[in-house]
Design a protein around this ligand. Structure first.
Ligand code: ACM
Ligand code: ZN
Length: 747
């Protein structure tokens, strides 16, 4: 049987040729690419597919070529693109053969064919136009079978079209799992026919604190992408303005089919028994006290039956073998005082409320398994005595050893740790490199068997602070491409993976430009928050994407696409406050930094002669304070000595320290101080607060400069980790005038 697709669009006018060296920009990097000679014309193509199972792939290919090639119904002068299965290839493996007169895409399974199409898409030039692609042969397969992205539709709602556009981007980079978080405290988004109230009352809400926060930040940063999307607001029957939306089961089935066409499986998540405030607001009998609560009553048989009824419908809509039950961050305090929960514990011989959560998870596991599905849950379920068919998803970066423990028990693991795979967290060039360097199978001490139980990696995009598609794209791009590279390539040389990615990134950004994606531009480099100058200074920032433009203002306003562009060094002859922003080729703004230039005023050296090498470190009990001024309130644990501002190895708990002593400046000069910490820190020089990085926060690096006369200067650094979950403190000092000079410390 040969099926040919109808002609879609008229042939376009431009003729662009992609040369073989451009094939070198393909991301993720193929295992093997053999360049041929010549090119293959794609002005007019026929899609030739003899296997009915591949018809959706043929449809996807035709859509991918739309606007570039004419997809003809019959042969003639058209180039045949043949899709086929070859069961001698592995799952997801594919071969792409491009010869002068034809293209063959052969996959070990459907997913392999979809991956081959994704590679062909990347050989097409970013801009539209009719095309030739280079002759070559690619043989390729992924390192990990799970290459995922989580989308949170509860905190902010994403329309079907928005979800499909995200799926398109995922498919382009061979990500193959959408983990869809459909239910949480802030909104119920999935139609459940048995409980129509869940979407009837639980899909819309008045603005909550996140919505108000988004609006405030949008105003503060003059960034409309941060606002709440007006398209998702309506006036309800009481005349109140409400936000939200939900998916009908028909829509969900349509999205599932759309994803499958692109080789993507959707794993639904209905998060129980925590994160359930919206469910218990609509149906208060689900909770222990019969009133809205973030936690379900797991002692109640009716509540358990409710969960099963909901999952019945979920499982019916989503055919994927894996279903996520949540299980994270459960506030179990209600269970302690609930007669039904206590009765359950007595009846089932459960000693603790942690055990009660385990019992609940095992009930769902048995229910899912009876329906032929695997249970997936957040890493809180890791020690709940589940079977080896269930999957643990590691998320708490500070909860070390999850991968080791789960795999030693024979369980499969998906890795999405907060340390680098939370896509709602801030993104910069450094966070992209962290993803590229993170290869879960390379975790030290894992046996070959344990490594095989690591299904793969996933980026989690929680949407409390993401409320428009433009912002969603900014948060996930381009780090989603870095994830795709890391999860696909079997190259275990971290630095080679990083270097190769940055070489390829500009070509991918051009592709995103053509797709009108609002990605985050590379960092603005070469500028410090504070710069001191002697007589006159120079501002000369850079960005690692030739098509981006940097523009600036000096009056404190936000740069616009009309502000002066920086095309070379900007001379500074008086104290100036610059605001610098990066703009994509379409004129939209990406990032903004400030740079203050001030005339250097030298701090005199102190008349002291400290004798002992290193800084004194006062190590205090961590009292849970959230500011550096709280550190000294904790009892002193020990006095230690450190050669520089770095945590002595003995400090592996109670991260609450004060470094004291003197810094020796080897010459008169301007010195740049950098202080990065999670959580707060402060750096004082000669009693002046030079860097204020105080307060609870994830890793933030702040910099400042000081003009120091040669000699000794009093130094104090204060640092604490608010929830004591692993100290992060990095401090450096660099002499701007002569980077070879090193400062030293004594006390
Ligand atoms: C999570 O971030 N609570 C899984
Ligand atoms: Zn209860």
């Amino acid at each position: 049987m040969t099926m040919r697709l109808p002609a879609l669009l008229l042939a376009a006018v431009l003729c662009l040729v992609v040369h073989a060296h451009e094939a070198a920009t393909i991301v993720p990097t193929p295992v093997q690419l053999i360049e041929g000679t010549g090119t293959c014309k794609l002005d007019t193509v026929t899609v030739d597919c003899r296997d009915a199972a591949l018809l959706p792939a043929a449809q996807y290919l035709a859509q991918s070529l739309a606007g570039r090639a004419t997809v003809a119904a019959t042969g003639g002068r058209a180039t045949p693109v043949k899709l086929a299965l070859d069961t001698t290839l592995e799952a997801s493996q594919y071969r792409l053969d491009i010869a002068p007169g034809h293209i063959d895409i052969t996959g070990g399974d459907y997913s392999g064919v979809a991956c081959g199409i994704a590679t062909l898409r990347q050989l097409l030039p970013a801009a539209s136009g009719s095309i030739e692609v280079p002759c070559l042969r690619i043989t390729d397969k992924p390192r990990y079978s799970w290459r995922g992205l989580l989308l949170d539709s509860s905190r902010h709602f994403w329309s079907v079209d928005e979800v499909k556009r995200l799926l398109d981007l995922m498919a382009c980079y061979k990500l193959n799992r959408l983990h869809w978080h459909l239910v949480d405290d802030e909104g119920w988004r999935i139609e459940i026919k048995r409980y129509p109230q869940l979407t009837g009352q639980g899909a819309f809400r008045p603005f909550d604190s996140h919505d108000l926060g988004c609006e405030e930040r949008a105003a503060r940063e003059h960034n409309a992408d941060l606002r709440v999307d007006r398209a998702k607001m309506k006036v309800d029957e009481h005349g109140d303005s409400v936000y939200g939306g939900y998916y009908t089961q028909r829509q969900l089935r349509d999205v599932v089919a759309y994803a499958r066409e692109r080789g993507i499986e959707i794993m639904p998540e209905v998060d129980f028994p925590g994160h359930s405030r919206m469910a218990t607001t609509v149906l208060p009998w689900l909770s222990c006290q019969g009133e809205p609560s973030s936690t379900l009553c797991v002692g109640s048989d009716s509540t358990l039956q409710f969960c099963k009824n909901v999952y019945d419908e979920v499982i019916d809509i989503f055919p994927f073998a894996y279903v996520h039950m949540g299980g994270d961050e459960v506030d179990k305090r209600n269970w302690q005082s609930c007669p039904r929960c206590r009765q359950r514990m007595r009846q089932c011989g459960i000693a603790s409320i942690e055990g009660l959560q385990g019992w609940f998870v095992r009930q769902l596991e048995a229910y899912f398994n009876a329906k032929g599905r695997h249970l997936v849950g957040w890493d809180e379920i890791a020690d709940d005595g589940l079977g080896t068919g269930s999957v643990v998803q590691w998320w708490r970066g500070w909860n070390k050893g999850v991968v080791e423990r789960a795999t030693v028990q024979g369980k499969q693991v998906i890795c999405s740790p907060t340390t680098c795979l939370y896509f709602d967290y801030g993104q910069d060039d450094g966070t992209i490199d962290e993803i590229l360097r993170y290869d879960p199978r390379s975790t030290a001490g894992l046996s070959a068997g344990q490594q095989q139980l690591i299904l793969g990696m996933q980026g989690n995009t929680w949407c409390e602070w993401i409320a428009t598609e433009a912002r969603l794209q900014y948060q996930v791009m381009p780090r989603m491409i870095a994830l795709a590279e890391r999860a696909w390539t079997s190259d275990t040389c971290r630095e080679r993976v990083v270097a190769r990615f940055h070489e390829k990134l500009p070509a991918q950004l051009e592709r995103l430009d053509a797709l009108h994606v609002r990605y985050k531009l590379p960092d603005i480099t070469g500028v410090s928050e504070h710069t001191l100058y002697n007589g006159h200074g120079v501002l000369w920032p850079a960005i690692a994407y030739g098509k981006a433009t940097l523009r600036y203002t000096t009056d404190g306003t936000v740069p616009t696409s009309q502000s002066p562009a920086i095309t070379g060094p900007v001379e500074v002859s008086r104290d100036t406050h610059f605001t610098i922003a990066s703009f994509r080729p379409d004129g939209s703004r990406s990032d903004m930094v400030t740079a203050t230039y001030a005339q250097a005023r030298y701090m005199p050296a102190l008349d002291v002669s400290p004798m002992t090498d290193g800084l004194l470190v006062e190590w205090h009990r961590n009292t849970g304070g959230d500011h550096c001024s709280d550190i000294a309130q904790g009892a002193l644990i020990a006095r230690l000595v450190s050669p520089a501002v770095q945590l002595p190895p003995a400090i592996d708990h109670d991260y609450s320290v004060i470094f004291k002593g003197y810094l020796y400046a080897p010459a008169d000069g301007i010195y740049e101080f950098a202080l990065g910490s999670d959580d707060g820190s402060q750096w004082l020089i000669d009693g002046t607060l030079l860097i204020d990085n105080d307060g609870p926060h994830s890793t933030v690096v702040r910099r400042n400069q000081a003009a120091l006369r040669q000699g000794w200067h009093a130094t104090e650094v204060h640092y604490f980790d608010y929830n004591d979950n692993g100290g992060t403190l990095h401090a450096t000092v660099r002499c701007v005038d002569n980077p070879a000079l090193q400062v030293t410390y004594k006390h």
